[in-house]
Design a protein around this ligand. Structure first.
Ligand code: 4AD
Ligand code: MG
Length: 465
């Protein structure tokens, strides 16, 4: 039977059975006794399986002895308990079919040694063949499926929100514009502006920065919903934390206030980490050994402790009294910077913290104004080692307040007519949050750059592959 390396190594197949494993050569070693040991990976699990190829195989001299790292092979043989340490089974090969040799093995980019992350980014099409990227990719999958599973168990529906949009959900102004217009011959309005009404959609269109506004509409009909897909931000910040294209999961809950929202975010993060620990022990052991010594223990600690909750105003007080020299000076009204967030989560509190009720002037237009009229019901979840991973809020459900906030932000009520409708027709309190998926993956795997948490990173100046 054709089996995966994972199946072959797991003991789910009995020793003595004939199996076929298909994959790529990790290493080949020849023994003096006229045997070759060919390690094969197929991505299904961290470990490769060893195939023992005897010199009696018909293509032994012509092919097997020329196998190098990266070659494609189909190995058929008998699964036997392995004498080698660290592996339960190996394959006594009857046949090793070579589907593709590696042209010029000396220049094959993925050599059996440790490569720098910078180098591997230049070969993004081949880096999934390394131990590290295999592990990152499996953990990424486990986290994504855990998100869907957890939210489904909690009664959420997955809503697919558009990638092409005409509204700016975050008001941050870092959107990618979409256009089919001929740059050499742009249509103009009488006052000289580009006339986007002549473009494909009859108006200006962008790649979405967040599915939130759209998902709110479904929340106000279906109760508990989430959107999970790629989002785009033309942030020029060339940092290890920002991508131009990243995945965001955004749950939205009707009849929820900020405290219920924070509860939901806490349970959500813990469920993801629990799934990773349960389902990817081999990959996590690798990260702990090679990348981040406390990769496993810090997830365990994260799961076992309640998150702290503090108000923004209290956070500012803590930072001011900390005696720390921050690059960006602390004062009530500032947007907390990564250095502040990390100080709070790591040094002061030592576990994840939800900071709530931020100054209204620094937060998005849709956030609910608190009774003090100075703060909004916003929350950020900050974690040791990362800073902000989740941003969320209770939404402004009162039309008059929303209109005031929109005017303050200079937003056109016409563009947001449908969003206003949600407050005109049966408005209810509701709240939600957004998790930057790659930021979480960076944390789980202990990576130092977010460009290694997505198969094909897009950032300012980087869009190959
Ligand atoms: O805090 P943000 O901007 O919140 C929103 O977009 C809300 N609409 C979410 C909601 O309430 N439904 O972004 C949410 C998260 C951040 O906490 C961060 O983890 C991540 O998205 N994020 C990025 N991740 C990678 N690259 C970037 N350029 C990111 N910008 C934000
Ligand atoms: Mg934010």
């Amino acid at each position: 039977a054709v089996v995966s390396v994972k199946q072959a190594l797991s003991g789910s197949i009995e020793a003595g059975d004939k199996v076929t494993v298909r994959g790529w050569v990790r290493t080949r070693r020849d023994s003096k006794a006229g045997l070759s040991f060919v390690n094969v990976t197929d991505g299904s699990c961290f470990d490769p399986i060893q195939a023992v190829a005897p010199a009696t195989l018909a293509n032994y001299d012509s092919e097997i002895k020329h196998l190098t790292a990266g070659a494609g092979v189909i190995v058929t043989g008998t699964l036997v308990p392995s004498q080698g340490k660290g592996q339960a089974f190996e394959i006594q090969a009857d046949a090793v079919e070579v589907t593709g040799f590696v042209d010029d093995p000396e220049t094959y980019p993925i050599q059996p040694k440790q490569h720098s992350m910078e180098f591997l980014r230049e070969v993004a099409h081949l880096r999934p063949r390394t131990n590290l990227f295999g592990a990152v990719t499996r953990v990424r999958h486990t986290m994504m499926t855990a998100i869907h599973r957890h939210l489904t168990e909690q009664g959420f529906f997955w809503i697919n929100t558009p990638i092409i949009t005409t509204s700016d959900a975050e008001g941050a102004g870092d959107m990618f514009r979409l256009s089919t217009l001929d740059l050499a011959n742009l249509p103009r309005t009488p006052d000289g502006k580009i006339d986007f009404r002549k473009d494909f959609f009859g108006r200006e269109a962008f790649l979405t920065v967040s599915g939130q506004l759209n998902v709110e509409a479904y929340c106000l009909a279906m109760g508990k919903v989430y959107t999970f897909g790629p989002t785009f931000r033309a942030e020029n910040s060339n940092t290890p934390r920002h991508l131009a294209e990243f995945w965001m999961v955004e749950p939205e809950i009707a009849f929820a206030d900020l405290a219920a929202n924070a509860d939901c975010a806490e349970a959500f993060l813990k469920a993801i980490f629990k799934a990773v620990l349960e389902e990817r022990p081999d990959d996590m052991a690798f990260f702990a050994e090679r990348v981040q010594p406390d990769a496993v223990s810090r997830l365990e600690a994260f799961i076992s402790q309640p998150f702290e909750r503090i108000d923004y105003t209290e956070a500012v007080e803590i930072l001011r009294k900390s005696g720390q020299k921050f690059e960006y000076p602390v004062a009530w009204g500032i947007d907390l910077q990564t250095e502040h967030e990390r100080y709070l989560a790591e040094k002061h509190i030592g576990r994840p913290v939800v900071v709530m009720n931020y100054p209204e002037a620094i937060k998005a237009f849709y956030m609910r104004l608190n009774d003090d009229e100075k703060t909004v019901a916003a929350m950020d979840v900050l974690a040791p080692g990362i800073g902000e991973i989740i941003g969320g809020a209770q939404r402004e459900e009162r039309l008059d307040y929303l209109d005031r906030r929109m005017a303050q932000f200079g937003l056109d009520p016409m563009t947001y007519g449908w969003y206003r409708d949600l407050r005109r027709y049966g408005t209810v309190p509701h709240a939600g949050f957004g998790l930057g998926f790659e930021r979480l993956l960076v944390y789980v795997c202990g990576l130092s750059n977010i460009r290694d948490a997505i198969p094909y990173p897009r950032a300012a100046g980087t869009a190959e592959f």
